[in-house]
Design a protein around this ligand. Structure first.
Ligand SMILES: Cc1ncc(COP(=O)(O)O)c(C=O)c1O
Length: 446
């Protein structure tokens, strides 16, 4: 039976108890967007309507939805081993998945610490950076540097190094000893760029200014997303990441790439680090590692960092950190099966090959009234809409509602920006379909 033909799923008659995350609850509960099934490029609503997934869930379902090999691996694992203790004990698939991820990462990024969410991965990377300097006798390196418009999840570490104003207004003083680089977006110099904009590499030099202010001996690490995703898709200017790496090297500062979005093929390579030929000291990942099927995340660290911890009496824990569900068997089974799908179907290469077609389709929306800028890179695109006089974010919110309820398309919004990042299995025809629908929706709300 086709998915659309199946009987209606039950619809909850009380929407009150669930406090929906990062969602305007009152508006949502008036016209809920409920999804009950998914397959490949599509979601299905409670009334059986197909909705094209324009955002791979939330940047995570890179292999497409409910792929048979991944579903089967999860089912088998659930029947075989539910949970062994994550500390002092482990299970074989944790080692297998770590080796597979390390093999995908560039350079000597070859040890993996598992967590369950991007937020945990970020906190883990920041803690590893602090502990690394500490055990090497440089405990004064306690300062962390993030970037304006950075999104690193919702833990206190992540919101501190992140550069999101709403967090700064709402959640107190956060971590002490954090400074920020300027963000890299400038519409005047970069509007309607495909790929990496030409303008902006010099913004990395601000790290030298921060070092001059605080002194390198107080700085542990810099964390950036190679491409900022959640705050509106901001690709790195040409040469920016290379410059950041060079300045970090000059001052003995660790460089962390938060690849929670860019990891696992989104920009046409396993990690953005590979696309840019820049090797950070740590990479955080999540989302695509299991194609969104089971929560999983982690940090990949360079050999030198791991080795620095491997000393002292052998019965003593080297890194005082971990989560009950680090390397959960279900997540590991899902991760291994997902990496098999990526490899067998060459999905990272596919994203790279489709990049040109994708960018052309995105740019075809230039000229629609109210479209202020379009950015496209890898299989990601963002469309900035002019804000309505009655409030920032209203136009994009209306477009998301209309896309879902009236046009059978799902995408993400942030402020008045529409963000698109489909599963990497998307076809050329489906790329056309997505942008055709987005164009219609934008005209409708303009
Ligand atoms: C770059 C980046 N880091 C961290 C996170 C947080 O991940 P999670 O929501 O799994 O905690 C996200 C989520 O979108 C992200 O985009």
């Amino acid at each position: 039976m086709s998915l659309a033909a199946r009987p209606l799923a039950s619809v909850p008659n009380d929407l009150e108890a669930f406090w929906v995350p990062f969602t305007p609850n009152r508006a949502f509960k008036k016209a809920p967007r409920l999804i009950v099934r998914a397959k490949d490029m599509h979601y299905y609503t409670v009334d059986g309507k197909a909705v094209m997934d324009g955002s791979a869930g939330m940047w995570c379902c890179n292999a497409g939805h409910n792929r048979a090999p991944i579903v089967e691996a999860i089912q088998q694992q659930a029947a075989e081993l539910d949970y062994p203790p994550a500390f002092q004990f482990s299970h074989p698939k944790a080692f297998e998945l770590a080796s597979r991820i390390a093999a995908l990462a560039p350079g000597d990024l070859d040890h993996v610490f598992f967590c369950n969410s991007g937020s945990e991965a970020v906190d883990t990377a920041l803690k590893v950076a602090l502990a690394y300097h500490n055990i090497r006798g440089e405990a004064s390196r306690a300062r962390l540097i993030g970037r304006e418009r950075g999104y690193h999840g919702v833990g206190f570490g992540g919101i501190s190094v992140g550069g999101i104003v709403a967090n700064r207004k709402m959640f107190g003083t956060m971590l002490a000893g954090v400074d920020h680089l300027p963000h890299t977006y400038n519409r005047e110099h970069q509007a309607f760029s495909k790929g990496e904009p030409e303008w902006g590499a010099h913004l990395a030099d601000d790290l030298d200014r921060i070092v001059a202010l605080h002194d390198a001996s107080t700085i542990a690490a810099v964390i950036v997303e190679p491409m900022s995703g959640s705050t509106g898709v901001l690709p790195p200017p040409k040469g920016y990441l290379e410059r950041l790496r060079a300045i970090c090297d000059k001052h003995g500062i660790l460089l962390i790439f938060d690849e929670v979005i860019t990891g696992f093929g989104r920009l046409g390579t396993a990690f953005a680090a590979e696309r840019y030929g820049v090797i950070p000291d740590m990479i955080t990942f999540a989302k695509g590692v299991t194609s969104g099927t089971v929560p999983m995340a982690g940090v990949i660290v360079r050999k030198g960092i791991y080795d620095a911890f491997m000393r002292g009496p052998e019965h003593v824990i080297e890194l005082f950190h971990g989560y009950t569900y680090s390397a959960h068997p279900l997540a590991c089974a899902a991760g291994i099966a997902t990496l098999d799908v990526y490899r067998d179907e060459k999905l990272f290469e596919r994203a790279g090959k489709l990049e040109g077609k994708w960018a052309d389709a995105a740019m075809s929306l230039k000229g629609i009234p109210g479209v202020l800028d379009i950015r496209a890179i890898g299989l990601v695109a963002a469309i900035d809409l002019a804000s309505k006089p009655d409030g920032v974010g209203k136009r994009a919110y209306d477009s998301m509602e209309k896309a879902f309820h009236e046009h059978g398309l799902l995408f993400r919004i942030t402020g008045d920006t529409i963000a698109l990042s489909p599963p990497l299995i998307i076809t050329e025809d489906q790329i056309g379909e997505i942008f055709d629908k987005v164009g219609k929706v934008i005209r409708q709300v303009s």
